[in-house]
Design a protein around this ligand. Structure first.
Ligand code: UFG
Length: 343
């Protein structure tokens, strides 16, 4: 019996594959590599000394997805595959709805067909829209402010309907806060294409000299230092949350949402200071206008995950910064460096 991991070559996906293998699960990866690199999976194989099958398949390709289910004995799915850039989703809503929603529908259709009813879904704190209060609990009102967020919200709704249709489904939505860090080996990490949208990869690229300085988007929010506050969580903690959620869905049916965050908020300037301290690198920055759509504060109440999954984030902000830096310093061009070496 295997766990199918869709989008397993991505940032969170690859770290989760590694934790799944380390906890003795057999895995199969499906990825179309549109925003990821096979090299991440090669490194997961090296780090774990374990083998697994990888399918270069797009979830929109029904025939090929059917083939993956037909060929393997799958007992559960961890579903990461999807597009995730907020700005791009505003430009190309059709592309986002097609990929994320239709892709998920093809996946759940095949799960239904092959009687696989256990699913862990990669959701996001973005489903809380503009939260009225912090910390954010799972029963807060849900909304979306952009097409990307709406795909996450719609998929949650679709999956709830599946459970209503048949109570033998067992589904967990994991609502991630802000994943950063990298595996402590420095061999796998976040590898954004082009100029990063997110804060930590931007900071690490300033640290290597690839980008000249950080733009801090707004210092007039109602937060202690005026800059935006987020709940940064180490990607390895996040990956371990998937193992706990998987154990839960394999043991009982139901549909539940869980926040995966630390419960602790840090501002942009606090993250910059923590990174400078951990890495010894200076991060030049300037204050820039607010980024449209950003909220002042977003951090989790993670107590439900601790209570029901027995999971709690363990790694400190210092470890997140050290590990992000180790990855970036050792792989300044991300996974591409390896391909260049091979040529
Ligand atoms: N920021 C900067 N400069 C940058 C990038 C970000 O100042 O160059 C600031 C933002 O304004 C924000 C904070 O850093 O205050 C974090 O920004 P990120 O882009 O790293 O993360 P977000 O919280 O905006 O977005 C993340 C995910 C989204 C998800 C959202 C809500 O990237 O996919 O959390 O869950 F939708």
């Amino acid at each position: 019996m295997s766990i199918l991991v869709t989008g397993g070559a991505g940032f969170i996906g690859s770290h989760t594959c590694l934790e799944l293998l380390n906890s003795n699960h057999q895995i199969i990866v499906l990825d179309n590599f549109s925003n990821s690199n096979m090299e991440s999976l090669n490194r997961v194989k090296n780090l774990t000394s374990k083998e697994f099958k990888v399918y270069d398949v797009n979830l929109l390709d029904r025939e090929s997805v059917d083939h993956v289910f037909r060929e393997n004995h799958i007992e559960a799915v961890v579903h990461f595959a999807g597009l995730k850039a907020v700005g791009e989703s505003v430009e190309k809503p059709n592309y986002y709805y097609q990929n994320n929603i239709t892709g998920t529908l093809v996946l759940t259709e095949m799960m239904d067909k092959y009687n696989v009813r256990n699913l862990v879904f990669s959701s996001s704190a973005t489903v809380y829209g503009v939260p009225e209060d912090v910390p954010i609990a799972e029963d807060f009102p849900l909304s979306a402010t952009n097409p990307y967020g709406r795909t996450k919200l719609m998929i949650e709704e679709i999956l709830k309907d599946l459970y209503v249709s048949s109570n033998d489904w067992s589904i967990a939505f994991l609502r991630y806060f802000n994943p950063i860090g990298a595996h402590e080996s420095g061999l796998i990490g976040e590898d954004p294409k082009g100029i990063p949208n997110n804060l930590m990869p931007y900071i690490t690229q300033v640290a290597t000299g690839k980008l000249p300085e950080l733009n801090v988007f707004g210092n007039d929010y109602s937060t202690p230092d005026g800059t935006g506050v987020r709940d940064y969580i180490h990607v390895v903690d996040l990956a371990k949350g998937h193992i706990k959620a998987l154990e839960k869905v394999l043991s009982e049916s139901g549909v539940e949402a869980y926040n995966l965050g630390t419960g602790q908020g840090y501002s942009v300037l606090e993250l910059v200071a923590a990174f400078e301290k951990a890495s010894g690198q200076k991060i030049p920055y300037k204050i820039a206008p607010r980024r449209p759509g950003d909220i002042a504060e977003c951090y989790a109440d993670p107590s439900k995950a601790e209570r029901e999954l027995g999971w709690k984030a363990e790694k400190s902000l210092e470890e997140m910064c050290l590990d992000s830096w180790r990855w970036q310093e050792g792989n300044p061009e991300g996974y591409l460096i390896k391909e260049v070496e091979i040529k």
